[in-house]
Design a protein around this ligand. Sequence first.
Ligand code: DGL
Length: 259
Amino acid sequence: MSKLPIGIFDSGVGGTSIWKEIHSLLPNENTIYLADSINAPYGPKGKEAIIKLSIKNTEYLLSKNCKLIVVACNTATTNAIDYLRNSYNVPFIGIEPAIKPAALQTKVHAIGILATKGTLSSALFSKTSGLFASNIKVIEQDGEGIVELIESGQLHSDEMRSLLKLYLKPMIDANIDYLVLGCTHYPYLMPLLIDLLPSHVKIIDSGEAVARQTKAVLKQHNLLNSQVLNTKNEFFTNGNPEVMQSLLGEKFDVDYLDF
Ligand code: DGL
């Protein structure tokens, strides 16, 4: 059982930022990554549509005998993880914007959150925000267009720079000292964000925490893989494999899959 793969899915290539954290903490684990790029972005879709797509991704990963599923997408987690947990027997790990650490550490009582519309409008996000950030200023920004640019290979474009400048302005004007990245595509924007934000602003995302939680849950279920040899990491996309390949480097193969 422990040799079975961990399944990871996202609306597209962004969840590879989470895969990298998982692979670095758990190098013995076999993994299957699924990018539903043809349906990206999930952000503007309604809850019902996001649940449907999450079911499709989950069922594919279960057909490959995954022992645990990481929903490497804030939008799918905040809209669909309750449904998935209630419907399937495997453990699910989700990802949510790291509001809590930012709210606890801010010195100026002002933080920024960049996430998709689907995440910002979800009940789970309102609940977490209400619990931890009700007495500080939270500048929420829908990152409309960012996922599309990354999915079409325009991560380093002038258009991306202009879009980010526009989205960060209200946060800079509000003098935030923490920016929370609430979408798994956004860690790839780190160099640009560092360049555009005042140097004292700290940027946090939930990738490492997700990897630690994955390890803890595998351990709890006695599912950690102790076998070191012949670890397999497979990457599938129903979009353009070249885009994911450019984010992963040449060490791993990316295959097109019609799912
Ligand atoms: N990576 C997804 C997330 O974390 C992007 C969602 C989308 O496709 O809009 O929310």
